[in-house]
Design a protein around this ligand. Structure first.
Ligand code: GAP
Length: 439
């Protein structure tokens, strides 16, 4: 694996972002647990997405559908159809899958990579509902969250008195029995999706394709606003033969990972595929004013973009930034996450550990801040070492409590990115940090 990826994986493990699942039992295939810092990062990502969707945009409401659904849903959606149960081979390099009966070579026709052995393959994770494990009790863990939105289309339309165009956003777990998971948390078997379905009219002057272009732009802007560099982001129009079975048009938003350009989000024009099929299978009329609404979808995985944000933020500064310490000859790690994404907003550091008057004051400051921001208290090691520990996890501000604090009731605030320091009165800390963090 790429050297940079190994460093990021090591940092994530060492500092409590990501742990292998069931680690004391030797781990569990491509499942990961998010530690105390990882869960904050994920929560920040989800909150930012949720606010973007439901607060910024008009006519966009939320939903939280159950993971287990009637197996009839998966019949209607096409997930249980022959295409999903065929014998497939998958390229170990580009992860494209090919039907065994359609492939003529032993190598991947796209990139010449090595192919896996053929498998009777369905991505769906089976389970049983009720006390008897028979065919009648069989259902599936959802492989995408959006179906929960489609089957609630009428409920939302009616209860919220929505008018087309409108959208429904949802965040939730999805499960896929990937045959070749990999690249750490990039491709896993259990993940969270953030999906938005925009219902629009094929007859309106603003066409589904116009809405497609609108959402594509909005989603690209979201990443740029959260610190992804323009040169590391691109939108690829997917040709017809490579599109998902439901897509009339598909753009993959890709990020330049250390292991190459890879999809992080899909923008799909699903046409009337979903509501037509659910109408047919459920025998419910899912039309609006005598037409079946078309759907523009934005769909992204939280773990996958957590990795993109971590890759983007990871920096090593040769020769060190903290010129006052012995670290000068070392490499310093800086996790330059956007301040809204950073798991820890402020660290409270008494200048020295063995002065009870300093540690007592520092604890007071920590208690004052911790109900407003995610904070850490750290008194171990030299102040330089503690700054570096905080830089490594992307903490936005370090607050040092020194002897002047006891006289003047102020602290030093050090900015992670500029390393500039300023004195701020303790009574003003919440206000000043709120402004600086824009929270
Ligand atoms: N509802 C449409 C849909 O699910 P998709 O392209 O299959 O579309 C959308 O998935 C997004 O979900 C992907 O761009 C990716 O961010 C995330 N995703 C899909 N499979 C994943 C996996 N095995 N591990 C992590 N994230 C995954």
């Amino acid at each position: 694996m790429d050297d940079l990826m190994l460093k990021i994986i090591s940092l994530c493990k060492r500092r409590g972002f990501v742990f292998p699942s069931s680690e004391i039992y030797g781990g569990f295939s491509s499942c990961y647990d998010f530690g105390p810092l990882g869960v904050e990062l994920k929560r920040n990502i989800k909150n930012l997405w949720w606010d973007e969707m439901t607060k910024k945009h008009k006519a966009l409401v939320g939903l939280d559908a159950s993971i287990l659904m009637s197996p009839k849903v998966w019949q209607a959606s096409g997930h249980l159809s022959a295409g999903f149960a065929d014998e497939l081979v998958e390229c170990k390099k580009c992860h494209k899958r090919f039907k065994l009966d359609e492939i003529k070579t032993k190598k991947c026709p796209e990139c010449n990579g090595v192919l896996t052995k053929p498998k009777k393959f369905n991505l769906m994770m089976k389970t049983f509902v009720g006390s008897v494990e028979d065919e009648a009790a069989k259902t599936y863990l959802r492989p995408e969250t959006c179906q929960g939105i489609y089957v609630n289309f009428l409920n939302v339309l009616d209860t919220m008195r929505m008018k087309i165009p409108f959208g429904i956003a949802q965040i939730g777990k999805a499960f896929r029995n990937e045959i070749t998971p990999g690249n750490y948390i990039f491709r896993v078997r259990e993940f969270e999706q953030m999906e938005m379905q925009w219902f629009c009219s094929p007859k309106a002057s603003k066409t589904p394709d116009d809405w497609f272009n609108y959402w594509k732009k909005e989603r690209l802007k979201w990443y740029l606003n959260l610190g992804i560099k323009k040169e590391n982001l691109r939108a690829i129009e997917i040709p017809k033969k490579e599109r998902a079975h439901y897509a009339k048009r598909q753009v993959d938003i890709e990020y330049k990972f250390p292991f190459g350009w890879k999809e992080i989000e899909g923008v799909h024009n699903r046409g009337d595929w979903d509501l037509s099929n659910h109408s047919k299978h459920s025998k419910q009329d899912l039309s609006f004013e005598n037409y079946i609404p078309h759907i523009i979808e934005t769909s992204v995985g939280v773990e996958r973009i957590s990795l993109a944000f971590l890759c983007e933020a990871y920096q090593e500064i040769a020769g060190g930034r903290t010129k006052t310490t012995k670290a000068i000859k070392e490499k310093e790690v800086l996790l330059k996450l956007h301040k809204k994404l950073a798991p820890i907003k402020a660290a409270v550091l008494p200048l020295v550990k063995n002065k009870p008057e300093l540690t007592k004051k520092a604890q007071e400051v920590y208690q004052l801040l911790k109900t407003n921001f995610t904070c850490q208290y750290d008194e171990n090691g030299s102040i330089g070492k503690r700054y570096r520990r905080q830089d490594e996890i992307g903490t936005c501000f370090c607050l040092t409590i020194d002897f002047d604090t006891l006289k003047q009731n102020d602290v030093t605030i050090r900015d992670r990115d500029t390393m500039k320091q300023e004195r701020v009165k303790i009574k003003d800390l919440v206000k000043v940090l709120t402004e600086k963090l824009d929270v």
